[in-house]
Write a protein that binds this ligand. Structure first.
Ligand SMILES: C[S@@+](CC[C@H](N)C(=O)[O-])C[C@H]1O[C@@H](n2cnc3c(N)ncnc32)[C@H](O)[C@@H]1O
Length: 327
């Protein structure tokens, strides 16, 4: 992992303290709606890029204040993901974990210019031939979803983004029905940024539902801070080892978690050959849903490094491209 300059440190590390759900998300929405520079009058003549940037900047400024840390992807990792979007031009993007909409704004704003003739989520019909584009974001909290919806509206992206509220694993199971999304439609990109223990089971559900498959790019946030060894083990494993693990008995309680390597140079090779036993475990938050995934799917995986936007702690996104299926 390379080491550019970290951002200034606005907050101490937040793990173990209250860092969301104490009213700050409602306060953020109120604040955004009160800013003259985000009003319709003052943004009418701006490009979508500039208008959305004003909202991102305002969210970031709010998060710098005391007791206002926001668990957003931030700009160092965010800009790298935006560059990936410029390059790959995904049409359909799925996000797990909207929070207040920072990543949703950053990662959806190129869609209208890249796919000007497509139909966007609020106008999708049941026509399987429809040329669809859009950003679908899953969020458990109605309160956070309300703030995100407000932020998308101010950014001019409310027609491009659709938030589906509810717990991710169940939402994913029902997503084709909820969105009237006929097979073989799948997402071109998925951003995983919700509850860390759910990343692996939710990926397996997406594989089984055909929501991801060859051609899909997975971007998983926070794989260094706090880290997610089971997920990294799964996306870095070969089909042979994934099949071998499935023949073992499923653990009924959480197996010991493989620790993150202490030496930075070990990150690239870590987790490649497992152990992937942890990936068989289904957390309670998965609401009884079990999934084996599609073990034949092959991913090539690498890290995009960056920083927490407020604490200056090193973090990274894991980018895994599904290159095909090995039977
Ligand atoms: C780290 S924040 C997402 C940050 C956002 N992606 C960004 O960068 O701006 C994680 C979000 O996942 C949501 N979340 C947690 N568990 C969830 C679940 N089971 N299903 C859906 N969302 C969940 C939380 O409510 C929170 O809003």
């Amino acid at each position: 992992m390379s080491s550019p300059q970290p951002p200034p440190k606005y907050h101490e590390p937040v793990q173990g303290t209250v860092f969301h759900g104490d009213g700050r998300e409602e306060a953020l929405l109120k604040h955004l709606n009160s800013l003259p520079e985000l009003s319709a009058d003052q943004t009418a003549s701006l490009s979508l890029q500039d208008k959305s940037q004003r909202v991102l900047d305002a969210i970031h400024e709010f998060g710098k204040q005391e007791n206002s840390y926001l668990m957003s992807v931030g700009d160092t990792k965010g800009r790298k993901v935006e560059a990936l979007i410029s390059e790959r031009k995904p049409k359909l993007i799925l996000e797990l974990g909207s929070y207040v909409g920072f990543s949703g704004i950053s990662f959806s704003r190129q869609l209208p210019s890249q796919h000007p003739n497509s139909v966007y989520p609020h106008e999708w019909t049941s026509n399987p031939e429809e040329d669809r584009a859009g950003y679908i974001s899953l969020e458990k909290s109605e309160v956070y979803a309300d703030t995100a919806r407000g932020a998308f509206k101010l950014a001019g992206l409310d027609k491009v983004v659709k938030i589906v509220t509810g717990s991710s694993t169940t939402s994913l199971k029902n997503l084709r029905k909820t969105l009237n999304m006929p097979r073989p439609l799948k997402f071109d990109m998925v951003f995983l940024d919700h509850l860390k223990p759910l990343y692996t089971i939710d990926l397996k559900v997406m594989e089984e539902e055909g929501l991801v498959g060859p051609g899909t790019v997975l971007v998983a946030d926070n794989v260094v801070k706090p880290g997610n060894p089971p997920y990294l083990s799964y996306v870095r494993a070969s089909p042979v080892s994934k099949r071998a693990i499935l023949s073992q008995t499923r653990p009924t309680s959480q197996p010991p978690i493989t620790p993150n390597p202490t030496n930075e140079s070990d990150w690239d090779s870590a987790f490649k050959n497992g152990p992937i036993d942890e990936t068989l475990w289904v957390p309670e938050e998965a609401e009884g849903v079990q999934a084996d995934g599609d073990p034949g799917l092959v991913y090539t995986s690498q890290m995009l490094d960056g920083w927490d936007p407020y604490t200056g702690e090193r973090d990274a996104c894991e980018v895994s491209v599904c290159t095909g299926r090995e039977d």
